[in-house]
Design a protein around this ligand. Sequence first.
Ligand code: NAD
Length: 389
Amino acid sequence: MIAAVPKDDFPGEARVAVVPAVLPSLVKAGLSIRVQTGAGLAAGFDDADYVSKGATLVADRDELFSGAELLLTVRSLASRRGEPSPDLARLRRGQLVVGMLDPLGDSAGAQRLAAAGVTAVALELIPRTTRAQSMDVLSSMATLVGYRSVLLAAEALPRIFPMLMTAAGTIRPAKVLVVGAGVAGLQAIATAKRLGAVVEAYDVRPAVKEQVQSLGARFVELPLETAAAQDAGGYAKAQDEEFYRKQRELMAKVIAQSDVVITTAAVPGKKAPVLVTQAMVAGMARGSVIVDVAAEQGGNCELTKPGERTSFQGVTVLGPLNVASALPFDASQMYAKNLSTFLIHALKQGLLEAAPQDDIVRETRVAHAGEVVQPRVREQLGLPALVTA
Ligand code: NAD
């Protein structure tokens, strides 16, 4: 099977779907890999390293697409602010496309892939199960996002993170609050601790309290009814507006006392809840920083402008987008390892079949034979459930 790795041309994207280190295992699985010339350069991987590990270089993008049975991408085939990817026109019926396709953020994009007649696999939909952990691109990327969010905060903050006792006096450590202690939040806590900050964290899922404490941070207890805040998959469930109003009210004091607030609170497939209002930002000390990594899902802070750095009454609000792409070397290594593990598993478990039995293959399949086939994506599009034979 001929697999192609295009240079990812999603705006601002620096990652590459396949790194040289995973080529031997893909070749062993029966794939012949073609890589677009320069595909890995932005992430720090040379063409020569791909060739030495068994790939062939193809300079022309049209030729790369037309000669491939399988396309391995990061975000090349995802829509851009609702507009179709230019690569859509390069696809032909029957091809297989694997990548981050944003099927829940932009279900119209999934419909376009179905119309192109390809079998489209969205890696964001890898089930959050132990069996699929080594394929979980969302966890890999969230880990890097959590780390980087703290560096962004440290860089924007006019004070240092650690406590310093010097001849010039004692400097108190910075106070960091992490809202949302999922994969990104836990890594943010660990990174802020390493830099010497005093760290607090809050999450609606009571189950994370122990994880927060094991990292040496204080878990902020809010008197909210959170017993039903978690779904069977371990994710937060959406709450009603009254819950969020109460949460904001209870969090206001903790936020006012923090030098840095890192917000990562997300509910899968939904807009992020607004947890930090303009009034709460106004209550923070001049020079404080908010890093809203939920910016991609609309943001947890009312003042967040996705992709921008703004300031309100001396408080800096950052809404970084595609944060993992700012660490393209490690992000590509992790992504490529997840992708190759998935591919090797999926090729054995029905990736090419019409009705795969394996849950990982089934749940990640967004489009097949001209139809959107993923139940959650169909639901978003208002399409009736497919009747399986
Ligand atoms: P996410 O990105 O969807 O959300 C980030 C965090 O925000 C979550 O912890 C969520 O509880 C929290 N949140 C949502 N609404 C909130 C609110 N109003 N206030 C405060 N916090 C709020 O989640 P994620 O990081 O991708 O993963 C969440 C969980 O999924 C993990 O902690 C874990 O239990 C599970 N998971 C399992 C696996 C696996 O088994 N393979 C892998 C990854 C994650």
